[in-house]
Design a protein around this ligand. Structure first.
Ligand code: FAD
Ligand code: NAD
Ligand code: FES
Length: 284
């Protein structure tokens, strides 16, 4: 069992957890993830390690509640436990002094980009962060990002905060201003990562994206996380999750992620019915 030391909502559906996992905290590097299982019957889900504290033996994860498992996880509080936590998994982000590095996070993708953006700063890069969300209330890690960024931008789809529009508007503006951009990291919804890759492709700017296929074992054995990169099959759990954005087949990723959509919606519906029943019983 892995104890939750801290649990706090960053926005309505996004919750930060510090979990006691000393062996993972000691070894983890930026870009790596864990796979957890809440209980005996639970499914295994991958979550990026947003931060770690080797002295306290904790790892931080930031979770968007979108389906049965993430919503159940986000009901947990400090003092509760998680049955299994395995990691660190995946390849660490490739780190070097590129020059100017732009780190783009869309929605909860900002939490996933955060550790790599910090590592890029520590490697001596001039770091520009672009953090986007649908509205002001959904912006996460704004202050944390600002602290280490040389330049930081916020965008909202509805214009309630920062630039009114998509994260790609700011990227395009930097490109149009002929800023010398040497490296771009983009993490968020698949259409966003694809749009970033298309914006940088004509300018030959090295672009890395972090892929989110369905994962099961996380060790390269099951084939669940197969993605197409430059026409080759890769397993995101061991060959990634970060890949060259100009070589990823995003259509294939979208189609594969849709395979279980019906079952996922059914499972969420059942979970929500169970919660309602429990609430009714409590009231009686
Ligand atoms: P479901 O209703 O089961 O699924 C919702 C959607 O999540 C699906 O359409 C599918 O695209 C995806 N999904 C479902 N099961 C899996 C699975 N076993 N593996 C991967 N994707 C799945 N989310 C965060 O909020 N924070 C993170 O830091 C984060 N890091 C990730 C790192 C990696 C390497 C990957 C691959 C995914 C990451 N995700 C992260 C996404 C997270 O794993 C999914 O949101 C979660 O698995 C959904 O499970 P669910 O039961 O709540 O939802
Ligand atoms: P969202 O749909 O609210 O989008 C966040 C931001 O991304 C938007 O504000 C916008 O700036 C940008 N964006 C979205 N679509 C775009 C497009 N077509 N072109 C340019 N920019 C665009 O995000 P959310 O609801 O917080 O969901 C987060 C998403 O991240 C989910 O789709 C989830 O599947 C995905 N995700 C990805 C990873 C990963 O490792 N890549 C991990 C977890 C979740
Ligand atoms: Fe099974 Fe990657 S999750 S091979």
């Amino acid at each position: 069992m892995f104890k939750i030391k801290k649990a706090e909502f960053l926005s309505a559906d996004v919750k930060l957890f510090e979990i006691v996992a000393p062996e993972i905290a000691k070894r983890r590097q930026a870009g790596q993830f864990i796979i957890l299982r809440l209980d005996e019957q639970g499914e295994r889900i991958p979550l990026t390690i947003a931060d770690s504290n080797p002295e306290q033996g904790t790892v931080t994860i930031i979770v968007q509640g979108i389906g049965k498992t993430t919503k159940s996880l986000n009901q947990k509080e400090s003092g509760d436990s998680i049955m299994d936590v395995v990691g660190p998994l995946g390849k660490a982000s490739h780190m070097e002094k590129f020059g100017t590095a732009v780190c783009i996070g869309g929605g909860v993708g900002s939490a996933i980009a955060y550790p790599t953006a910090v590592a890029l700063k520590e490697a001596g890069n001039h770091v520009i962060t672009i953090n986007g969300a649908r509205n002001k209330d959904l912006i996460i890690l704004e202050e944390e990002m600002k602290q280490f960024s040389d330049e930081s931008y916020i965008t909202t789809d509805d214009g309630s905060y920062g630039h009114h529009g998509f994260v790609t508007d700011i990227l395009q503006k930097l490109i149009d201003e002929k800023r010398e951009l040497n490296f771009v990291l983009a993490i968020g919804p698949i259409p966003m990562m694809r749009a970033v890759a298309e914006a940088t492709r004509p300018h030959n700017i090295q672009t890395v994206v972090s892929l989110n296929p369905i994962m099961i074992d996380g060790t390269g054995m099951c084939g669940g996380c197969r993605v197409l990169v430059d026409g080759d099959s890769k397993f995101a759990c061991v060959d990634g999750p970060e890949f060259d954005g100009h070589k990823v087949d995003f259509t294939n990723l979208i189609n594969r992620n849709r395979i279980y959509q019906g079952l996922e919606q059914e499972s969420l519906k059942q979970h929500e019915c169970q919660l309602l029943e429990q609430a009714d019983k409590k009231e009686e």
